[in-house]
Design a protein around this ligand. Structure first.
Ligand SMILES: *[C@@H]1O[C@H](CO)[C@@H](O)[C@H](O)[C@H]1NC(C)=O
Ligand SMILES: *[C@@H]1O[C@H](CO)[C@@H](O)[C@H](O)[C@H]1NC(C)=O
Ligand SMILES: *[C@@H]1O[C@H](CO)[C@@H](O)[C@H](O)[C@H]1NC(C)=O
Ligand SMILES: *[C@@H]1O[C@H](CO)[C@@H](O)[C@H](O)[C@H]1NC(C)=O
Ligand SMILES: *[C@@H]1O[C@H](CO)[C@@H](O)[C@H](O)[C@H]1NC(C)=O
Ligand SMILES: *[C@@H]1O[C@H](CO)[C@@H](O)[C@H](O)[C@H]1NC(C)=O
Length: 817
């Protein structure tokens, strides 16, 4: 009986099991489909899924045979959402989750701990914040964990040490604080560990780090780590890249480090409290390609055993206290491209064997006490571009070839270095060649001597790097590092004048870098005007003008350092459905008032006045509070009141004042015109070209204002807001008057907003734009509308007559009642 019963039960299990599994599967699939649909991330994927697993076809989604999602790979997908809104726990079979390079904000949801099969979790390059949830310790199958380039904070949880399968852990560029937990040393499979750029991390490096025997790369740069460099690092025998730069390490460089024979890159620069000397044991690092020990406090001599590291491509030891001479064996380093030993106490001569280093691109021996003459061999090095021998004790003759090739600034600060003396040559030649020699002497004088006279005045390093209002820590090297040498991955926009990059500095501060295109940089006249302009802009302080922190002017690159505006341009916000709604009427009115105030400041409060020349929605940037600033002074030049202001036309099509089509004279009124277009665009949610062509073709047809306003927002009802919207429209129509003299000044625009506080307005649905247009200037001769006397719109004025020329098509609008 028992047996029979068991058999029946067994049969029943056999019969129902597949069904049960199928039911569970489809339930899971349903849950997944629901979570995916609800996210709205695939809006254009045809949300009307016909079959249960249709979502498996959507971009970035990979399913297993049962139709359950195993991979969500959406890097750079433009997702602007909080991960907490996404039903992440609905995907029990998820193996890979890559959401890098999106606009994710908010925290990592606790539910992430439910993804028990996850091996890859990549959330890098987003705007996420908060702590790493403790539930992450559940993800024991994780192999890759990448949280870099976010704003995560709090301590690095020691429970990460439980993720024993981890091979790759990247926490760089966040705000993690506290010490690096010794528990991480349990991650014995870890081959790459990046914790750089968490300037809030303090404390010492635990010696347990030496347990991470599988490590190939370790980057701890730009943290606040103090204490000594643990000798246990010498146990990481597989390591090929070690970066401990820009920390507060003290003590000496442990000898054990020189046991890392596989090391190809060693960077410990800028740890000013590391003293002692560089041991000859450095000879063991036979694989070394790049070594940087600049900015320490090393004394002693430069070890000659460095010259045995024949794979070296870059050798930097600047800014130390090293003395002695440069070993002549250095000429053996045939692969060396960069040699930087500036700002030490080196003596002796420049070894002529440097002439054997044919790969050399840059050589910096500046600010030492090197004596003797400059070996002529330097001038024949084929690749050498940047030579700096300034501020030494060099003597003898300065070869003209070297000055011509590298510029005289490379040699300043050597009082006993003589230039060619033209008379010397003249005396040395026969009488028959006298005339020829004089000519030659003159040429030498012009090419060499004169240039020196002028350029000796110049900056020591031939570059200018200026920063205002900044913690002194920002340096050229930081900028280069922050953008990986202006890597395209950090580029957030490109315009006519340059490309803009996002850079997070070691301090955690994010700045925008505008790197100017080469063309500008190569124009010699540009140099001076660039400096003037940057100087001028640095003095501007207005809450609606983007802050310029500094600039770098260098032979190789030029860039400006700006305040970073994280919401991007008005242009982009108006074209994004979600963001456009977020920018409600109150914010739009504030934006308009802010930009008006900024332009009024530039035109009327700056001396000399500044014309922006390229006011457009592209150049209005918003911060996280959606407050606007005017940016991009690429085209701005100081308006010299006595000059003609005739320059090449610059500006954005669709915003340029029509008179610029026939006159090259730029005045503030061209900015006023562009401002008017921007105001209409802000209120209408799109460029007003359609409205302008409409009102020109049917001038007598009343166009209701409420029909023009951005329909993505409910029409304004608050009387105060209505009044401001109506006034802004009326002022904008004044600003785009075809006759520049009839446009108001920006000061008048600002004043009108002020005065309007006491005025009332009619209900919005009764107002036609035709009624807002004033004053009557239909193709009237210019003198009827003198500067500064144009009558400004008031809300209750209803006489109508405008003439405006469209930037795009040059036809006139004639409106009359
Ligand atoms: C983590 O795992 C435990 C046990 O495996 C489980 O009870 C818990 O729900 C998991 N946490 C999350 C957030 O899923
Ligand atoms: C690290 O591993 C050891 C032994 O395997 C274990 O006792 C310890 O609890 C682990 N520590 C952490 C923080 O996981
Ligand atoms: C160095 O790297 C090679 C592979 O490139 C490896 O075979 C060797 O074991 C490594 N040496 C040490 C000391 O780990
Ligand atoms: C370097 O390694 C050798 C053997 O591999 C060992 O004997 C020596 O103690 C190590 N040196 C240091 C300073 O750790
Ligand atoms: C650098 O080393 C010298 C001794 O060589 C010492 O007097 C000085 O204080 C050190 N500087 C720093 C910043 O540690
Ligand atoms: C430099 O090259 C010359 C020949 O070109 C050779 O005689 C000399 O020994 C080399 N010196 C070094 C240090 O390599």
């Amino acid at each position: 009986m028992d047996v029979v019963c068991s058999g029946v039960v067994l049969l029943m299990i056999l019969a129902t099991a597949p069904v049960a599994i199928a039911v569970t599967e489809s339930a899971v699939n349903l849950l997944e489909a629901e979570a995916l649909l609800k996210s709205g991330w695939w809006e254009d994927s045809g949300a009307t899924a016909t079959t249960i697993s249709a979502h498996c076809q959507w971009s970035g989604i990979i399913c297993n045979d049962a139709g359950s999602v195993t991979e969500l790979l959406l890097p750079g997908y433009g997702i602007h959402d909080s991960l907490t809104n996404f039903g992440v726990s609905s995907f029990p079979n998820l193996v890979r989750l890559d959401l890098s390079g999106n606009k994710l904000y908010g925290t990592i949801p606790h539910q992430i701990g439910a993804l028990s099969k996850l091996t890859h979790l990549t959330l890098s390059n987003n705007f996420m914040e908060g702590f790493i949830p403790s539930s992450i310790a559940n993800l024991t199958t994780l192999v890759i964990l990448d949280l870099s380039y976010n704003s995560f904070s709090g301590r690095i949880p020691p429970t990460l040490g439980l993720l024993s399968n981890l091979d790759f852990l990247d926490l760089n560029s966040n705000y993690f604080s506290g010490v690096i937990p010794p528990a991480l040393s349990n991650l014995t499979k870890l081959s790459r560990l990046y914790i750089h750029w968490n300037p809030a991390i303090r404390g010492v490096l635990p010696e347990e780090i030496g347990n991470l025997k599988s490590l190939l790369e370790l980057d701890l740069s730009y943290n606040g780590i103090s204490g000594s460099i643990p000798p246990t690092l010498g146990q990481l025998s597989n390591l090929y890249s070690l970066d401990l730069s820009t920390n507060h390490f003290s003590g000496t460089i442990p000898l054990a480090l020189f046991n890392l024979t596989n090391l190809s890159r060693l960077d410990i620069h800028w740890n000013p409290a590391i003293g002692g000397f560089l041991s000859e044991e450095v000879r063991n690092l036979k694989s070394l390609v790049e070594v940087d020990f600049s900015g320490l406090n090393l004394s002693g001599a430069l070890p000659s055993s460095l010259c045995g590291l024949t794979k070296l491509v870059s050798l930097s030891g600047a800014q130390n206290q090293m003395h002695g001479s440069i070993p002549s064996e250095i000429g053996i380093l045939k692969n060396l491209k960069h040699l930087a030993l500036g700002s030490n106490r080196l003596t002796g001569q420049i070894p002529p064997t440097l002439g054997n280093m044919t790969a050399l691109v840059s050589l910096d021996l500046s600010s030492n006490q090197i004596s003797g003459s400059i070996p002529l061999q330097l001038s024949v090095l084929p690749s050498l571009k940047f030579l700096d021998l300034s501020y030494n004790a060099l003597e003898g003759e300065l070869p003209c070839e070297l000055v011509n090739k590298f510029g005289s600034e490379s040699f300043v600060g050597n009082p006993d270095l003589h230039r060619h003396d033209p008379p010397y040559y003249i005396i040395g030649v026969g009488v028959t060649l006298l005339v020829f020699a004089i000519t030659g002497g003159l040429v030498i004088y012009i090419c060499c001597f004169k240039k020196v006279e002028v350029e000796l005045m110049d900056n020591k390093h031939g570059d200018i790097f200026r920063i205002w209002n900044y913690d002194g820590n920002m340096a050229y090297a930081d900028i280069i590092k922050a953008t990986n040498d202006f890597d395209v991955g950090y580029c957030i926009g490109t315009g006519g004048y340059g490309s803009v990059y996002r850079a997070q500095l070691p301090s955690g501060k994010v700045v925008a870098l505008k790197k100017l295109h080469r063309l500008e940089g190569e124009n010699p006249n540009f140099d001076k005007s660039f400096r003037n302009e940057a100087d001028m802009l640095s003095k501007i302080r207005h809450r609606n003008i983007v802050k310029l922190f500094g600039f770098c002017l260098h032979k190789r690159c030029m860039f400006l350092i700006y305040e970073y505006m994280d919401r991007g341009s008005l242009f982009c916000i108006l074209r994004d459905e979600t963001e456009a709604v977020e920018l409600d009427w109150v914010k739009r009115v504030n934006l308009i008032k802010g930009i008006a105030s900024a332009l009024s400041y530039l035109h009327h409060d700056c001396d000399p006045p500044i014309i922006h020349r390229d006011v457009s929605s592209n150049n209005i940037l918003l911060n996280s509070q959606l407050e606007a600033t005017l940016s991009d002074f690429g085209t701005a030049r100081i308006l010299e009141l006595d000059s003609s202001n005739q320059t090449v036309i610059a500006g954005t099509f669709g915003y340029m004042a029509p008179e610029l089509a026939y006159t090259m004279v730029v005045t503030e009124k061209s900015d006023v015109y562009s401002f008017g277009i921007v105001v209409l665009e802000t209120l209408f949610g799109e460029h007003p070209r359609e409205f302008l062509s409409c009102i020109s073709s049917q001038p007598n047809e009343p166009i209701m204002l409420k029909d023009l306003l951005d329909t993505r927002l409910p029409p304004p009802t608050n009387p105060l807001v209505v009044r401001n919207v109506v006034l802004a429209t009326a002022l904008a129509l004044d600003c785009i008057n075809a006759n520049p003299k009839c446009r108001p000044t920006m000061q008048q625009v600002v004043n009108r907003f002020e005065e309007s506080r006491r005025e009332s307005t009619r209900p919005l649905h009764t107002i036609a734009v035709n009624q807002l247009v004033s004053p009557p200037v239909l193709s009237l001769p210019e003198q009827t509308c003198a500067d500064g006397t144009s009558s400004l719109s008031t809300i209750n004025e209803f006489h109508v007559d405008i003439s405006a020329t469209l930037p795009s098509s040059n036809f006139s609008i004639h409106v009359s009642t």
